[in-house]
Design a protein around this ligand. Structure first.
Ligand SMILES: [Zn+2]
Length: 386
């Protein structure tokens, strides 16, 4: 995957290759030959010579900053520490206190970083389309939005050998388990949530993505625990003949500390990559811990932070942190040649119109997935900083 290491803010000889304005026909240009004119510089308190340009097609002007992840940011220096803090177990207000900014700044940056990570993953998937030869491991990661009355799973699709996170897709579902009478009454008063097909719907969407990723000349191997939604989604899929679904149902486990049965050992070995991802998320993302007072308010915002964690897991975090030589999942797939740092992850702004994204991801990007508990759900509908 071609991706620059130097942040665009540091390039004094920067030249645009397309127009950053969404409405301009030159916005989606992929070939060289974009026509622009230099129209001087401007200065801010942080940088003294930021080049400006004029698009010769739409006559709109823009600057080098239009191509930076920090576009429109008042505190651009916070982007990297916020990204690192969010996947380092810090909650938003802890970060705000440590970095000396308002909690709302961290909220907005988390959303911006999540959108960037989403587009970065979409770009990686574009590179990988039709090339993935390893078996896939699928499981849902369980969490909730605002209250445990509103649980949802997130389908996590992981490569069995590379441990690369290929897909995230939400699956809202009903509250499970034993419910007391008080809880039942409270549940009845809660607003209804759109489910988007629950486990089955999210599995269907993941299977569609999976078919586009997998190498066409190999059997498409998918491992999962025996959730009935996975069986049904595979059985009903138009490309079902290509799938080889391996099922490893969770076997009954004895009391804590008792030795694992052979079935349990096999299940744990085959589903290890996805179990590991879930452990990393529970350990590294503050609101996914057990016994915490941090909690996610909105499914959409939770998904943004999961995309950020997935980008970190794929490109930044080495598979083993004990050995220096260990590479990242993206290196195992041949996407990258070295572990990235946050500076590299955030070196360029990505534009949704230039990046084909699955429909669910595009929906999440616009923050259209609402949580009906709140009177208002802010959308992402900025004109320029979209
Ligand atoms: Zn233009």
């Amino acid at each position: 995957m071609r991706w620059p290491g130097t942040p665009v803010e540091h390039l004094s000889r920067f030249q645009p290759h397309f127009c950053p304005r969404r409405e301009c026909p030159e916005h989606v240009r992929a070939a060289p030959g974009y026509r622009f004119r230099r129209i001087g510089y401007y200065a801010t308190r942080r940088r003294w010579r930021i080049p400006r340009f004029l698009c010769l097609t739409c006559q709109g002007s823009f600057s080098r900053q239009s191509f930076a992840v920090s576009y429109y940011c008042k505190r651009p220096e916070l982007l990297r520490p916020v990204a690192a803090g969010l996947v380092g177990g810090s909650a938003h207000r802890q970060l705000a206190r440590a970095l000396g900014c308002a909690p709302s700044t961290v909220d907005r940056m988390a959303a911006r970083l999540g959108r960037h990570a989403l587009l970065l993953l979409a770009r990686a998937r574009g590179e990988l389309a039709g090339r993935v030869a390893e078996p896939f491991v699928l499981d849902h990661f369980e969490t909730f939005e605002f209250t445990q009355d509103f649980p949802f799973g997130v389908a996590t699709l992981v490569g069995s050998r590379s441990w690369f996170v290929y897909d995230l897709d939400p699956a809202p579902h009903a509250r499970a388990g034993r419910i007391t009478e008080t809880q039942r009454q409270r549940l009845a008063e809660r607003p209804r949530r759109p489910r988007s097909g629950g486990y089955l719907g999210s599995t269907r969407r993941v299977l569609d993505h999976l078919v586009s990723l997998a190498s066409p000349d190999r059997p498409l191997s998918l491992r999962s625990d025996g959730h009935p939604a996975y069986d049904q989604a595979v059985a009903e899929h138009p490309a079902r003949a290509r799938f080889a679904l391996e099922r490893y149902p969770n076997p009954p486990r004895g009391p804590k500390g008792s030795p694992r049965s052979p079935e349990a050992r096999l299940r744990d070995a085959r589903l290890f990559p996805v179990d590991l991802l879930h452990k990393i998320l529970r350990h590294s993302v503050a609101h996914h811990r057990r016994e915490t007072i941090a909690f996610g308010r909105r499914l959409n915002a939770l998904m943004e932070r999961l995309f950020l964690a997935a980008a970190w897991r794929n490109f930044v975090k080495r598979r083993s942190e004990r050995t220096r030589r260990s590479g990242t999942p993206a290196m195992a797939l041949g996407l990258t040649t070295e572990p990235w740092d946050w500076r590299k992850v955030l070196s360029r702004r990505l534009f949704p119109a230039r990046q084909p994204t699955p429909a669910t991801w595009a929906f999440l990007y616009r923050r259209l997935w609402t949580t009906p508990l709140f009177p208002t759900n802010s959308r992402h509908q900025l004109k320029r900083a979209f």
